[in-house]
Design a protein around this ligand. Structure first.
Ligand code: MSS
Length: 363
């Protein structure tokens, strides 16, 4: 899958050895780079941009960044400095591209062939959107969505709705959303949406709008194509449209992160990550024979909440031979990863357990 190797300028500070550069705007984390301590360092976190990011100069005076809040009783603009006086919280959350795992669909969807690395688990710090909305008199009547608008400068001469990054999520998500200015304890980089990002825990990456300039409670979903026709779960061979389900909440998922190739016979520490999506992950099973027999894995380290992932380990005694390692997670509501994901044309929301399996040689 490697096509380009050099990191583009805006992410030149990232760890090139830990990343697969599909293109300037699609950079995946290597499967060997997940580690086993829950957090994904920002210099390894995958990057996905739908259009060119704004100039780095938007970070020169972070506190002066303005976001307009609409669809509330008293709409107004707030600076980042003002937001910081209103409230503060943190959330540990899986940030995962809707297309993560696209490479595993058999119909070979067009789009980046992400494997497992278009995902990370990161800590965001910011103000709960609920606090901001309540300070402005509450949600206006009749609103059903939270709509965030990205701050990219769009090229002239094109209908802006074709490129505008503006996403709507159901109003139910309001209590989980953050207007975030820190990622893993540092001001958010340009690549990941600084100075201010609307983060929607439990939802796929596209819904967490970077460099957010406007947050509106709206009666309808955004008219932007990224909302109306793209990021839809239409059947294979069909065009996406507003009647197909939008890519919103994530589902239970897991994958093996090691070992990934040859290893020594004896006690083998089989590691991976697992998450529930919008609810806690309850358990993970690991199989060394491609799903014929399963054993229960143990979670590693603290539980960072229902939106985070949990690293896991299964200690397996393996004799010399060839093995196919797979993992299968179950969430707190009893939903289990399917063997295969029902295909959708654009290749979103892959969470089948079989395809991401890994073949290892034990010597
Ligand atoms: N935001 C904005 N503003 N722009 C763009 O482009 N993209 C999306 C999100 N947000 C965008 C935004 C996507 S699509 C994703 S994934 C994410 O983001 C990513 O992130 P990072 O930080 O990792 O780069 Mo797929 O579903």
């Amino acid at each position: 899958t490697e096509s380009v190797t050099a990191l583009p300028d805006y992410v030149s500070w990232k760890d090139a050895d830990a990343l697969i550069v599909h293109s300037n705007s699609t950079i995946e984390m290597e499967r060997s780079a997940f580690g086993t301590s829950a957090f994904t360092p920002e210099d390894r976190l995958y990057v996905r941009n739908n259009v060119a990011p704004p100039p780095a100069s938007i970070l020169d005076d972070r506190d002066a960044w303005e976001v307009s809040i609409d669809g509330v009783a008293e709409p107004r603009s707030l600076t980042l400095a003002e937001l910081k006086t209103m409230g503060i919280t943190t959330v540990a959350m899986v940030l995962q591209c809707s297309g993560n795992g696209r490479a595993y669909f058999e119909h070979e969807p067009s789009g980046t062939p992400w494997q497992v690395g278009a995902a990370g688990c990161v800590m965001w710090t910011g103000v709960p959107l609920r606090v901001v909305v309540d300070a402005l008199g509450g949600v206006a009547e009749g609103m059903e969505y939270v709509t965030g608008t990205g701050g990219e400068t769009l090229p002239e001469g094109l209908d802006p709705l074709t490129l505008l990054v503006e996403r709507s999520v159901p109003l139910d998500a309001l209590d989980d959303i953050l207007l975030a200015w820190e990622l893993n304890g540092e001001p958010i980089s340009l690549a990941h949406g600084g100075p201010l990002r609307m983060v929607v825990p439990g939802f796929t990456g596209v819904n967490s709008v970077k460099y957010v300039t406007k947050v509106a409670m709206t009666a309808e979903q955004s008219p932007a194509l990224i909302q109306q026709t793209r990021y839809r779960l239409q059947p294979v061979g069909e065009e996406g449209g507003p009647d197909h389900p939008s890519v919103w909440q994530m589902s239970v998922k897991s994958w093996i992160t090691g070992p990934l190739d040859a290893t020594q016979a004896g006690r083998v520490q089989v590691t991976g990550v697992a998450f529930g999506g919008t609810t806690n992950v309850a358990s993970v099973e690991v199989s060394a024979d491609d799903g014929q027999t399963w054993s229960t894995a143990e979670f590693i380290g603290p539980d960072l909440g229902k939106f985070a992932w949990r690293p896991f380990v299964a200690q397996m005694d393996l004799q010399p031979g060839t093995y196919r390692l797979v993992s299968r997670a179950t969430d707190a509501d009893g939903n289990q990863q399917p063997e295969q994901t029902e295909p959708n044309d654009p290749g979103y929301n892959h969470n089948g357990w079989r395809a991401p399996g890994i073949e290892i040689e034990v010597a």
